[in-house]
Write a protein that binds this ligand. Structure first.
Ligand code: R2B
Length: 253
């Protein structure tokens, strides 16, 4: 049907679903009227990632018939009316840094898309990352998010049990993004694996943390192994993003 699935039977029996961090609720807001047209949801980790969003927005407006307001560094969903044939509605949102932060936002965003009865939604997550053996300023389009052992999985402890989900992303969307950006972009682009870590410093082999227990040789040996496993960049949200999109039937990239 193209609708966004939520896999939670408890929600059906709740009188109201409050999306705390979005400041929205099913009783207080008419979510289908406000957000029902969304087709592309684009997310960034912080205001630092807003310039690429401005660029995305201008690319979208160039390629569609209608006007596009530039994205604002919004904490709440921002509707951008587009009248193009492929994209009817685009919305931008910040998700903060790291898996705990993006998870809160994603659960509420997915419920919002569900309550608003949005169909055929694609979510694109845009942000800064550390490159691995690639030219600085490259755009990495992730095909699979991997953990720090280079495995395509997201592990989460739920009620004391370790649950494991796949972190494959939508390959067709990745190819589509690469094809559109080839037409316009003036920087290197590639499709590859992205390594997602729980820590910016030690987790990504940086030598400048407050504590460091490894040598620069060990760091290089680890990063070479990551490179050999197909990793070309590292960041801190993609595992949760990929797992949740997959579980809820959303095209994510
Ligand atoms: C990339 O940059 C941020 C850390 O500086 C984090 O959100 C990420 O994934």
């Amino acid at each position: 049907s193209g609708f966004v699935h939520v896999k939670n039977l408890h929600l059906d029996s709740m009188e109201e679903d409050i999306l705390y961090h979005l400041d929205l609720g099913t009783k207080t807001h008419s979510l289908p009227a406000m957000f029902g047209d969304i087709k592309v949801k684009s997310r960034c980790q912080s205001e630092a990632a807003v310039p690429p969003l401005h660029r995305l927005s201008s690319l979208v407006s160039q390629s569609s018939a209608g006007p596009c307001q530039g994205p604002t560094a919004a904490n709440a969903p921002t509707g951008l009316g587009l009248t193009g044939t492929d994209i009817s509605f685009l919305s931008f949102q910040q998700h903060g840094m790291g898996i705990p932060s993006i998870s809160i936002m994603l659960h509420e965003l997915i419920k919002l898309l569900h309550h608003a009865k949005c169909q055929d939604v694609t979510i694109i997550c845009i942000g800064t990352s550390g490159g691995l053996g690639i030219e600085a300023g490259s755009l990495v389009i992730t095909d699979t998010a991997v953990d720090s052992s280079f495995q395509p999985r997201f592990e989460q402890v739920v009620l004391g049990d370790v649950l494991v989900w796949s972190t494959e992303l939508d390959k067709d969307v990745a190819e589509e993004l690469l094809a559109c950006s080839r037409e316009t972009a003036d920087f290197p682009m590639l499709i590859s694996h992205t390594m997602c870590t729980y820590d910016f410093y030690k987790g990504q082999g940086r030598l400048d943390a407050a504590l460091c227990s490894f040598s620069s040789e060990k760091k290089l040996e680890y990063l070479m192994r990551a490179y050999d496993a197909g990793v070309r960049n590292t960041e801190m949200e993609s595992m949760a993003f990929a797992a949740l999109c997959g579980l809820c039937g959303l095209k994510g990239e």
